[in-house]
Design a protein. Structure first.
Length: 166
């Protein structure tokens, strides 16, 4: 399977290149041969996409990255981390692993972690795994906990049922 090359064996002279095929010499040193097995450097996480305050978007957006919305979006948004700025308004469904709401959402919010800050204004249902609502946040709608809120067909977490006395 593996064999030892005789080129680098001790006591052996390196093979001389054929002078007829020898490239012309230059004053620059020869560059080292690239290492085929060198690990590539880890990829840096791309910065979040930012929708500025003066931007108005009509249509749906979908990314596996992060989005920071400061403007207005009329459509659904799906992202990994979605941050809604204080000046932002979203009219549509929001689905993200992490949702931080500082501005206004009119529509359903689905997220593993949902956080409504004191400046948040949400009109719609929130389906979450964990939720935090700061004092001062405005919320009109229902809140529902699910183990997998990103999947619309997921079952809700078991809730305590009130059984009437027989």
């Amino acid at each position: 399977m593996f064999s030892k090359s005789k080129i680098n064996e001790p006591g052996q002279k390196p093979a001389e290149p054929n002078p007829a095929t020898k490239p012309p010499s230059s004053s620059a040193p020869a560059s080292p041969a690239p290492n085929e097995y060198k690990a590539s450097p880890p990829k840096a996480k791309p910065p979040a996409s930012v929708l500025s305050a003066d931007l108005h978007v009509t249509g749906n957006m979908k990314t596996t990255g992060d989005i920071n919305v400061e403007g207005t979006v009329e459509g659904d948004i799906r992202a990994h981390l979605l941050t809604i700025g204080e000046t932002a308004t979203i009219k549509g469904e929001v689905v993200a692993d992490d949702v931080v709401v500082n501005g206004r959402i009119v529509g359903r919010v689905r997220g593993l972690k949902v956080r409504l800050t004191s400046t948040a204004r949400v009109e719609g249902d929130i389906i979450h795994k964990t939720i935090a609502i700061e004092s001062g946040a405005h919320f009109e709608g229902s809140v529902q906990r699910q183990d997998d809120p990103l999947n619309p067909g997921a079952k809700t977490a078991p809730a305590a049922k009130a059984n009437p006395a027989s």
